[in-house]
Design a binder for this molecule. Sequence first.
Ligand code: ADP
Ligand code: MG
Length: 405
Amino acid sequence: MDITSIKTVQNLRGKRVLVRADFNVPVKGGKVLEPFKIQKSLPTIQYLMKKGARVILMSHLGRPKGYDKKLSLKPVQTELQKLLKTNVRLLPIKKTDDFRRAALVIEQSNNGAITLLDNVRFLPGEEANDKEVAKALASLADIFVLDGFAVAHRDSASVSGVARVLPSYAGLLLFEEISVLSSVMEKPKRPLVVILGGAKVETKIPVLKHLLPKADYVLVSGGIANTYWWARGSDLGASLIGKEFKKEVLAYCSKKKAILPVDMVVGTPDGKRSTVISTTEKFKMPAKDMVIRDIGPATVELFSSYMKKAKTLVWNGAMGVFEVSPYEKGTHAISRLFAAQSRGKALGVCGGGETVQVFQKLGILDDIDLVSTGGGAMLEFLSGKKLPGIEALRKASLKRKKGTR
Ligand code: ADP
Ligand code: MG
């Protein structure tokens, strides 16, 4: 691991510490609907408070084009106050003038106090990683902490920009996630079994490419499996297919390590009529209005046999369209086994928005070793891509090591 945790910094008392978190949460009527991401960032915030730092939090919310009152972090402020049981001051940062005022407020705040900058995407130049914006943000603090893994793949002013200006460290959440994911990528306990489902084929292809050589087995479902069968001449009707990835899917899924479903639940999108079909030969939909929706019972058994052998399990992407009954069965069965193995001998790592929902619903979220907050960033990490935020922390860490030599 070549990034450094904020925990290695000796004296934080009175230091102004700027934390880039991910508070991009669903909000409705001024209220936070799902505080999962905010809860996940509490350990870093509480650590800094306890050490007497003056904490400055920043995040984006949604996709505003310039200032937009509806996308203010006010609801996040309320939620943070509730969770931290302390006052959190929300500071506007629309104009240069606001920065001067924010600097003063922070300067005069007590040790352990929390301020929250409003939506960083209100700043023109945030997403383009404008140097002046990065400098303006950096001018508010002595130290920068990147804690939101879900934004680590963004080359924006509040992520990689500030990290190039200030002494920079990883927050507790980011450090833990990167540690676990790196160890899985570099020296996994074997067998390493990867489970890859979901809809967005374009995001799974690079993961499949990068993980196939590392994994012992890759269990494939969702859009990728469909694309494979379609490419081999099956007629899947209106099922989800990533036609533009025909070549890659054929190459990757023909490998021995790629384990494909042996049966699938096909049915009408509303779930009113469905049946199980075998996928071993060229096959077609039993009715015109039917599409592939879930893995079948024989596949659950097949996948389970690999999962039970695994010492490391990595999962992204649901097995089927679990949002519509009865197509949740495959995903639920795999989820339960994933949680049970996680509690047992396997290290279970998973991520991706939709799969997390399932664990929450089944009440097994806490059984899983690492539920990554990374989303798209986790997929990029698993694809072997360099993430701008992580790279900036890496450089900061290297610079420090050279400096002390
Ligand atoms: P994640 O967000 O878990 O990383 P994706 O966003 O790629 O994964 O896909 C999750 C979605 O994939 C789920 O909402 C589910 O309905 C859908 N899905 C899974 N299997 C299929 C399928 N065979 N056809 C269509 N959609 C599917
Ligand atoms: Mg998704």
